[in-house]
Design a protein around this ligand. Sequence first.
Ligand code: ACO
Length: 372
Amino acid sequence: MIETPGATRVPRGLAGVSVSDTRISKSSADGSLVYRGYPIAELAAKASFEETAYLVLYGELPTRGELDAFASGIWKRSTTDPRVFDIMRSLGGDAQPIDVIRTGVSALGSIDVERSIEDKETSIESKMSVLAANSLRVPRGEQPRLPGETGGFADRLLRMLTPREADDFERWVFERVLIFYMEHDMNASSFTVRVVASTLADPYAAASAGLASLKGPLHGGANEAAMEMLLRAKDPENAHEFVEATFKEGRKLMGFGHRIYKQFDPRAKLCKGYLGEMAKKRGDDRLYRLCDAIEMEMWERKKIPPNLDYYAAPIFYLLGIEVPLYTPIFAASRVFGWMAHYNEQVEENKLIRPDSTYVGPLGRNYVSIEKR
Ligand code: ACO
């Protein structure tokens, strides 16, 4: 074993380790979440996506003028170079959408003409939703769907994601879910973004890395995995057998558990309420009852609460969005949080370069290839 004298050992997965000061957001074990000091429930009740994004990025709620300039700045930059779509198309219809977006953002890093860091960030924030909405269509050879001229960020994104016309309540719910996905302190992808930012690489590199980290089913990929699980479970009456079989096979229930929230995830709680309302308005509550039944089974057995992904997924499903687009939606929103972390990291930068303890073999002698 080789250990640097004086090095601090930390728990696996950095669990319980505070790696940085931040002014952006904080989730706590008691089920609270604040963005820049505002409780998430208050923002969900009163704020628009753009207001929240401005808050997350700049630390204060915008004035009317600031908000208008911010919102129009985002959409002015949504026009995406056709070469980016060509690259996405070249990946073919079997490509996973999150890989397609990551490749698109990576390509943007070489193609984009923006000069300042802030313009680069706005360009990524704007184009991420265009890439996300087209991450299934374009590789399948279909024409890109572009943002419409009217509506806010959430409306335009939803219209690109699905041709189904949502009603006012559904649009409002979709916007709330995007607000919840926007930011979550030192989650895996934001930490990844900060590691890349700490090398002073550009925001395209940081966003591509964030996307890579988001892909996994333990993080952003969980909303798709949760929906696939719900579709397999099918009926509320099957919940008991389904949970039993899942554990017997040694598998996890997707959309449950969280590093920070051990009692409840406030975002999941709010989304559950929205899902219930959507179900009531449709006069069909089977999906809601299925979610509730699995949640009850899980709590009874393991006292593990559902996370945001568990209740965001069925909301997206009822909105008529194809399942492989769920993680891309997460990315389209979380990119605003990533850019806030990028800026905070660069403003107070110290290269993130931890140490490790070497536990591999020692004292070995090289043997030439012919003798191995
Ligand atoms: N299903 C079954 N058991 C679970 C689950 C689950 N979803 N989550 C945690 N557990 C169990 C673990 O098996 C472990 O049990 P053990 O102590 O008997 O070994 C215990 O709870 C602690 O779990 P860890 O995985 O150690 O907790 P950690 O904080 O490291 O992980 C994580 C959190 C990765 C989110 C985990 O709960 C998980 O894998 N959940 C499923 C994937 C998921 O939903 N991810 C989305 C996260 S939220 C987001 O990205 C918006």
